[in-house]
Design a protein around this ligand. Structure first.
Ligand code: HEM
Ligand code: HEM
Length: 221
């Protein structure tokens, strides 16, 4: 039995910091983005500058978000084994069988609790997909931005996408992915609470403190 009764330092500061700043960014992006796409408040005086502020906040948040995504990916190579980017690629035979077993647990088809300290195969794969959506939002966002901001940096960050897709589709997909990320957030929080209640390992608290409580049943990663 590994680590029975032990507190295990799982999520290091860069993982927790980027997690919560990214969660905050998604919240701010969704409010300002929804307003940009569908302005639901009307200015009654030119001094109110509502759309200007919404766009400004959206763009400032974009740089914070971009930095967090870069830091988290960097930490995937520099951090502890639980932060390792390798956890997001569960494609070995053993990991694929773990993935199906965990999937059955989350679909309420099995009662076999997936005891793990770090990410299990399904959460690792989910975060890989979530980060691909993040990267798409960055590229499509900067593609929209590059239309009236010319320079190599905007081109590298997303401007190149305008050569591959029409602007109206970039805008549509940029908008639609917001709903994908909001839906993910709902399912994510629900299953984090569900896992915590079944594994009883302090999962919810761990994303604040960094520590998980080992039940002794996990295989360490
Ligand atoms: C708002 C309340 C939220 C809570 C309570 C929460 C809770 C958690 C917990 C407990 C974990 C670690 C365990 C695991 O699932 O492996 C985690 C990880 C993660 N969450 Fe959340 N989360 C929240 C919001 C979000 C949002 C809005 C996003 C992005 C759309 C997000 C994306 C992620 C990612 C990518 C990870 C993996 C962490 C990493 O390895 O960097 N979370 N979350
Ligand atoms: C680095 C990341 C991002 C950048 C650079 C960015 C940039 C932009 C830009 C330039 C626009 C068009 C503004 C205008 O036409 O005045 C826009 C619109 C929008 N953004 Fe983002 N954005 C980013 C991330 C996100 C994320 C993560 C979400 C969702 C959670 C989001 C949701 C939206 C929405 C819904 C719109 C309105 C689209 C429409 O016109 O229907 N953005 N964004």
């Amino acid at each position: 039995m590994a680590n029975e009764g032990k507190r295990v330092y799982t999520w290091e500061l860069p993982v927790r910091f980027t997690h919560w700043i990214i969660a905050l960014c998604i919240f701010v992006f969704s409010i300002t983005g929804f307003y940009i796409g569908n302005p639901f408040m009307y200015a009654i005086s030119s001094k109110q500058y509502i759309m200007g502020w919404m766009r400004f906040i959206h763009f400032v948040t974009a740089y914070v978000f971009l930095m967090c995504v870069i830091i988290r990916i960097y930490w995937g190579f520099m951090g502890n084994k639980y932060a390792c980017i390798c956890a997001w690629f569960p494609f070995s035979g053993e990991k694929l069988s773990e993935l199906f077993s965990v999937l059955k647990f989350y679909l309420f088809l099995s009662k076999k609790v997936p005891y793990t300290v770090g990410h299990h195969a399904l959460s690792g794969l989910t975060y890989l997909i979530v980060y691909l959506f993040f990267i798409f939002e960055i590229a499509s966002g900067f593609a929209l931005y590059s239309v009236n901001h010319h320079g190599a940096i905007w081109y590298i960050l997303g401007g190149w996408l305008t050569g591959a897709m029409s602007l109206s589709f970039i805008r549509l997909y940029h908008h639609l992915v917001m709903y994908v990320l909001l839906s993910f957030t709902l399912v994510h929080v629900y299953f984090a609470l569900y896992s915590d209640s079944r594994e009883k390992n302090g999962l919810m608290i761990s994303i604040f403190t960094g520590y998980k409580f080992s039940s002794g049943k996990e295989s360490d990663l």
